[in-house]
Design a protein around this ligand. Sequence first.
Ligand code: OGA
Ligand code: NI
Length: 346
Amino acid sequence: MESLPVPSVQAMVAATGGADVPSRYLRPEAAADAVAVAGEDQIPIIDYQRLLLDHGEESARLHRVCQDWGFFQLINHSVPDDVVEGMKANIQQFFQFPAEVKKQFTQERGQLEGYGQLFVVSEDQKLDWADMLYLYTQPPEDRNLRFWPDQPANFKSTLDKYSAAVKDIADTLLATMAQSLGLEPKVISDTCVGGIQSVRMNYYPPCAQANKVVGFSPHSDSDLLTLVLQVNHVQGLQIKRNGSWFPVKPLEGAFVVNVGDILEIFTNGRYRSIEHRAVINPNEERLSVAAFHSPHIHAMIGPLKEIVVHEDEAYKRVDHEDFMKLFFSAKLEGKSFLDRMKLKSS
Ligand code: OGA
Ligand code: NI
């Protein structure tokens, strides 16, 4: 589980003015894909407060959305405004620090955590036009504070509060989904006690040749549930829908939530993880923060026994640690990782 070191895109852009794109970042395939015309259509919206008070209506909607879209926006959530605003401000400040400051948190050989890039597994691989800071946030004993920035001064305390509040939402959503799937909530909740949460802060510099680069290669997330917060107003997230890329227009303060590969596997395909990517803006930087939620490390990753009573298992059963190693040892290529977890239909 390791990424090869790559230069910081932000530093490279600062040094060169950003007009010339080095060939390792040129992605001619990206511009060839169809993008859905930005119409009125939007990904569905789920109201968290209604879900909590609900007697079935909002949770039934959530269930349908997880089957039909795999993506939704969560409004009226429970993370306090000051924590959300604190996270945004800290992330923006962190990426504005001089390269020498950020370098102190650079990923170390053989580790995923820290400042740099993930999924870089060969020297000749094409690279994403982005820098990131990746940290394990839950369970608290898994934190490696060596990679947690000590400035801005409240970075650690804000991330600590954010992490707990967001995990609470993910746990609640998963318990609701379990019920809609006809399961006892604990069937999923038990795997989330001591569940792993990691946080990935993304920085996408502008690029004069924005349509020739990719901010985040097409992929599906490996986890159960991801909650993404837009840190500034610049859009860039696109999801694959009906064969073309569908731009997401985040609502102020909302989380963009998506089903990950493990939830697809747990539900034996009832819920689908959706391929998504991030594109680059020609003039403005874009920042986002994703919180990934996975079961605890000793959980088995496979279709839940309670789901496959009357049907064949469509996915392999893999130890969680092996699953993670496999995920991080390949470059991102759409849903190809999940395809390798599928059992051939006989
Ligand atoms: C991710 C991701 C998209 C974004 O971090 O997995 O898909 O909008 N991020 O930055
Ligand atoms: Ni993602």
